[in-house]
Design a protein around this ligand. Structure first.
Ligand code: AMP
Ligand code: GLY
Length: 423
């Protein structure tokens, strides 16, 4: 079989490493991939949103199955375009990817179907939004309606910050058309839990839960990033919480999408907050999370391709989806300065024995040398029976991967360990 994976980050590297375990696969192509993924797949210089070129490549190459991993091609209809030429895909069609593509859509869906989430209001006019925050409870949360490279959310701890975020979005067009319409939301408090799930539109099977670390600095300080590390499973996701999530959030969401004529097939990501009133939805993503996937897929015992194809064909109930009873930790090595300015182009040294544990995001080949090319450069992933062992193993390995100006947080998993001990 010839498989094509669209995307080029650590998440795609994790998907490819897992798919490679399936012996039916002869070749995996990655569009565009990166210098590290090139060790595990054939990288092709076509961007993830160049849908016409993706379709043409798939036809010429005789691709048997495609995995569309990032949000933008999904929202732009990459799956619809590939299906139109007869190529089966993992990922939702555009009419279902809207669950991430429009916050207004997802808030209205949750309201209509009684799915627990923060209270909200929608604004198309800046003057109305500015007037609203004059009396809204503070802190408050301002969200651009559309995709904004993960940067469209501001948690404002003062009215001034709220107004600034509104102006940046609606007047300065910081997020382009995505921020011309905004959602202003009630501020929720509690531990955050990420749950990725497989769904074929009928059945929903949650994967092992995980915890992201979004802030740049130790102690959850500093700016928001694309994610500085993850652990799985998340100790706050107890059996009781899992049951509440299934009954009140996961199944109602799948049914709601079907009811709306937008059946969701693919990976549906639930960003949850465990509030004192129970779990509530912070966000939906129409795809695997990054860097959650780097800790979730190494724990998957079952065959990923088999599951993905069952999702596509609407027979997910018939295949095994089993996870190891173990823990995983991913420590992200970034370029110092990220998410602000940083230098790149530095040589990366990865000991041969560690290569299977390294998931590359921002690196390219310069001749035969792998050099840094992005803010988040790579993730180092360890699996162990106990969470504390996974954490110390991940840090041991992180220390052996070397490039100039490497930076990583030193407390990935610390909150989870403390929560476990408090239990
Ligand atoms: P997102 O970009 O949607 O993942 O949101 C970024 C982060 O903003 C989330 O991980 C939360 O930490 C925070 N956030 C989003 N919505 C809320 C909310 N209603 N209350 C408190 N924090 C929030
Ligand atoms: N780690 C959060 C995301 O993938 O959106």
């Amino acid at each position: 079989m010839k498989i094509m994976v669209i995307g080029g980050g650590g998440r795609e590297h994790a998907i490819i490493k897992k798919l490679r375990e399936n012996k039916r696969i002869e070749t995996i192509y990655c569009l565009p991939g990166n210098g590290g993924i090139a060790e595990d797949a054939v990288c092709v210089g076509i961007g993830a949103t160049e849908i016409d070129r993706i379709v043409a490549f798939a036809k010429e190459t005789g691709i048997d199955y495609a995995v569309v991993a990032p949000d933008d091609p999904l929202v732009l209809g990459c799956v619809d375009a590939l299906e139109a030429v007869g190529i089966p895909c993992f990922g939702p069609r555009a009419n279902a990817a809207i669950i991430e593509g429009s916050k207004v859509f997802s808030k209205k869906l949750m309201e209509k179907y009684g799915i627990p989430t923060a209270k909200y209001a929608v604004f198309d006019r800046m003057a109305d939004a500015l007037a609203y925050v004059e009396t809204a409870p503070i802190p408050t949360v301002i969200k651009a309606d559309g995709l904004a490279l993960g940067k469209g959310v501001t948690v404002a701890f003062s009215r001034e910050d709220a107004k600034k975020a509104i102006r940046e979005s609606m007047e300065d067009h910081k997020f382009g058309a995505s921020g011309e319409r905004i959602v202003i939301e009630e501020y929720l408090e509690g531990p955050e839990i990420s749950v990725l799930s497989f769904t074929d539109g009928q059945v929903v099977i949650p994967m092992v839960s995980s915890m992201d670390h979004k802030r740049a600095l130790d102690g959850d300080k500093g700016q928001n990033t694309g994610g500085m590390g993850t652990i799985a499973p998340n100790p706050y996701y107890t059996e009781d919480v899992a049951k509440q999530c299934m009954d009140r959030i996961f199944l109602p969401t799948i049914r709601a999408m079907k009811q709306e004529g937008r059946e969701f097939r693919g990976c549906l990501y639930f960003g949850l907050m465990l509030t004192k009133d129970g779990p509530k939805v912070i966000e939906y993503n129409c795809r695997f999370g990054d860097p959650e996937t780097q800790v979730v897929l190494p724990l998957l015992k079952s065959d990923l391709l088999e599951i993905m194809q069952a999702v596509t064909d609407g027979r997910l109930a018939d295949v095994p989806v089993e996870f190891m009873d173990a823990s995983a930790c991913c420590v992200v090595l970034a370029s110092k300065g990220y998410p602000g300015k940083y230098e790149k182009g530095f040589e990366i040294e990865i000991p041969e024995a560690l290569k299977e544990h390294v998931y590359v995001a921002g690196a390219k080949k310069d001749g035969d040398t792998l050099v840094t090319s992005g803010g988040r450069v790579l993730g180092v992933v360890a699996v162990a029976g106990a969470l504390e062992d996974a954490i110390s193993k991940a840090y041991d390995m992180a220390k052996q991967v070397k490039f100039s100006n490497a930076y990583y947080r030193s407390d990935i998993g610390a909150t989870a360990l403390a929560a476990k001990k408090a239990k």
